[in-house]
Design a protein around this ligand. Structure first.
Ligand code: ADP
Ligand code: MG
Length: 420
């Protein structure tokens, strides 16, 4: 064969002009235009389209399906490394996700229903963190959608299919992978329709969004619309089967404790313990939320069908001072360790005393934003030091002993030498 005839390494045929030729990056392989086209068609047929990054081998189990099979106890132990407390929620989540991925692998005549989860807990108590961490452990695509931005089809805003769009993006465009992913629907309490339970004024379209989400949660083949996919280079609409997508919902549900108290009080009254009513109402909200029943959520304004699709309901505890102190220093990648790393870069050792951690925790509790407020307070304490120390050649150690400026002590080389 003449030397200048090019052969496609894929189909072994001569590449005859004007057919285009594609070379591998190292210039070792050639592929012809026809092969490229047939690969593209095959991918589209399997609802998989080209992705910029190849699927990582670690994502794939021996049977070729994404999603690691980690037993519930191991999941809980892993979660413990990142999330402080919230044991009930961790165990419920661990069981639910384990069963979910087991269910996807069991090919049987018995259809096992999905264990979608509802996490109820105060703001900044770790709902999003738990969902994020668990998705990271299992190596499955994960997307967070804020329900407050969702609207019914036809209204201005994101329609519910935009949630699927986020999941597809998280799966690098691989729909098969996205179809086994996890969607975290945050702030579902904001979808409650106006009702006796909710003292806040609610968006009247909330119920419509619940209806629309209901279909996704129970399993449907959804069309990701033109509007939702405008950022991706697709030519045709995408169909996504949501049957195997696990939904985790989260919400703070302010005022739900009052509904629970009213119910428990009236049922206790009926059996003659009316005198306890006052005492029960003064229970901390976190305690009360543990007794939540679906009827309380219906009173709150969630539609029964929506709640019916969330068989696992768990409440998270309000974080107390000890928990806040632990959150500051204990988790892998804790806030304290992050700031230590930042200062280490400038050759400075950052130390927080126990007293400082307690004061930061107490100050954060006052703000009522949960652990979310911790970083903000530390940022305020360290602002001046982070501004001045990088140009302070002599600074070696920064000791934080409280939340006020006078409680920050800087140790310098000259001082250390003087002590020696
Ligand atoms: N239980 C917890 N353990 C460790 N960090 C937490 C915990 N709860 C909250 N945090 C911290 O507070 C931040 C906000 O928490 P998040 O999970 O978003 O709260 P929410 O319950 O409102 O979803 C997290 O990024 C994390 O830094
Ligand atoms: Mg959240």
């Amino acid at each position: 064969m003449p030397k200048n005839v090019l052969i496609c390494n894929f189909c072994n045929q001569k590449i005859i002009s004007p057919k285009r030729i594609f070379r591998s990056p190292a210039n070792k392989f050639l592929i012809c235009e026809d092969c490229i086209r047939s690969c593209y068609k095959a991918c589209e047929k399997d609802k998989v389209y080209f992705t910029s990054s190849a699927r990582r081998e670690s994502d794939i189990k021996p049977d070729g399906k994404p999603g690691k099979k980690i037993p519930p106890r191991a999941i809980k132990e892993e979660l413990d490394k990142y999330v402080i407390g919230q044991d009930d929620a961790k165990i419920a989540l661990a069981i639910a996700v384990y069963n979910h991925y087991k269910m996807l692998d069991i090919h049987s005549d018995v259809k096992i229903s999905k264990s979608n989860i509802l996490l109820i807990g105060p703001t900044g108590s770790g709902k999003t963190l738990l969902a994020q961490t668990i998705a990271g452990l299992l190596d499955v695509p994960f997307a967070i959608a804020d329900c407050t931005s969702l609207t019914e089809a036809g209204y201005i805003g994101d329609d519910v299919e935009s949630v699927l769009w986020k999941l597809i993006s998280a799966a690098d465009g691989d729909i098969t992978r996205a179809e086994r992913g996890i969607i975290f629907l945050d702030e579902v309490d904001k979808l409650a329709k106006t009702d006796i339970g909710a003292s806040l004024t609610k968006d009247p379209s909330g119920e419509g969004v619940q209806q629309a989400l209901l279909k996704l949660i129970e399993g449907t083949t959804a069309n990701v619309s033109e509007h939702n996919r405008r950022k991706l280079p697709m030519e045709q609409g995408l169909q996504v089967n949501t049957e195997n997508i696990l939904f985790i919902c989260g919400g703070a549900f302010p005022g739900l404790d009052k509904i629970i108290n009213r119910r428990t009080a009236s049922s206790e009254k009926c059996i003659g313990f009316g005198a306890d009513v006052e005492k029960k109402e003064t229970r901390p909200p976190g305690e009360t939320l543990k007794n939540v029943e679906t009827e309380d959520l219906v009173k709150y304004g969630l539609i029964p069908e929506f709640i019916g699709r969330l068989p696992v309901i768990v409440s998270l505890d309000e974080l107390d001072e000890d928990a806040m102190v632990d959150i500051l220093a204990k988790p892998q990648n804790s806030i304290v360790s992050q700031y230590r790393k930042l200062m280490e870069y400038d050759g400075i050792e950052l130390v927080f005393t126990e007293r400082a951690l307690r004061e930061i925790a107490r100050e954060t509790l006052k703000k009522k934003t949960g652990a979310r407020g911790l970083r903000n307070i530390i940022e305020g304490i360290l602002r001046e030091s982070m501004y001045t120390l990088p140009s302070d050649e002599e600074a070696e150690k920064c000791i934080v002993d409280g939340i006020t400026r006078d409680k920050i002590h800087i140790e310098r080389q000259s001082e250390t030498m003087a002590v020696c």
